[in-house]
Design a binder for this molecule. Sequence first.
Ligand SMILES: Cc1cc2nc3c(=O)[nH]c(=O)nc-3n(C[C@H](O)[C@H](O)[C@H](O)COP(=O)(O)O)c2cc1C
Length: 328
Amino acid sequence: MLKTRFTELFGVEHPITQGGMQWVGRAELVAAVANAGALGFLTALTQPTPEALAKEIERCCEMTDRPFGVNLTILPAITPPPYAEYRRAIIESGVKIVETAGQNPEEHIPEFKANDVKVLHKVTAVRHAVKAQKIGVDAVSIDGFECAGHPGEDDIPGLILIPAAAERVSIPMIASGGFADGRGLVAALALGADGVNMGTRFLCTQEAPIHDRVKEQIVAHDERATEMIFRTLHNTARVASNAVSREVVAIERGGGKFEDVRHLVAGARGRKVFEDGDPDFGIWTAGLCQGLIHDIPSVADVVERIVQEAEELIARRLARMVSSGVAA
Ligand SMILES: Cc1cc2nc3c(=O)[nH]c(=O)nc-3n(C[C@H](O)[C@H](O)[C@H](O)COP(=O)(O)O)c2cc1C
């Protein structure tokens, strides 16, 4: 058992979270993560309405009696989703942990606090972690350059970002981006984090509700198999490398604007990749840690393996180095 400030604060067994994943963070996956003793998050905006989210929370409660949370991704949008109504659905469903991401969650904090909901805010920069602590979140998750999805624009890898953030925030902190095994968890703890957040590793599990061919593609991919799209729009997203993402990057490099790639990046096409299993049909999200993923295990196996490997690394390999000065 690895006890950290994170496991204490959120009342879970293992210092591992499964971050929000659009189209993937559904009850099947989140309940499996909860049952494995880690902390999973349903993705609020995967549900078309706040009512549908309430139903999904109910479904998840039927599959686990352990704690789980909901991810609320706050994106800049011309017509934003009804965030206040999603927030209400979370609170009224009795969920006690929320992962916020995207923009500053400040407007949501008072109501979450008033209803004893703990907020874990995901950031991509030290300054944003400091700000999040200041506005009263309970914990931060810091996403490095390696991560799937939105790494921000600073390009700071976890090796620097995690300790730099640990120096500046005093609340519990989860390291995110590039973690897929016990070695990563030990490294994160050594760098000052209280646990790890994983997306891509959980995407490639038996319970992830996506087509098997996408999981097989992740196993086939190595650490070079991502593209960074929307760099020129200052809204970078790290996604799996495929015919479509490479075309988007080429158009951007050629001076193309959003209008020139809109047809390629449509969310509906990405969703179809997960449903129909053609990895080249649209944009889908995956991170550098594809290079560390070689199988499609159950969620329980992933969590157990990571914790066991981490414990062995700490208690044996690293401890032996200290006592004998010789690497195992
Ligand atoms: C398929 C997929 C969809 C994602 N969608 C979201 C999302 O909707 N909101 C969010 O905050 N993060 C999203 N993420 C990011 C993850 O929550 C997590 O921060 C990231 O995957 C960590 O990096 P890793 O993949 O290297 O573990 C997504 C990641 C993946 C792989």
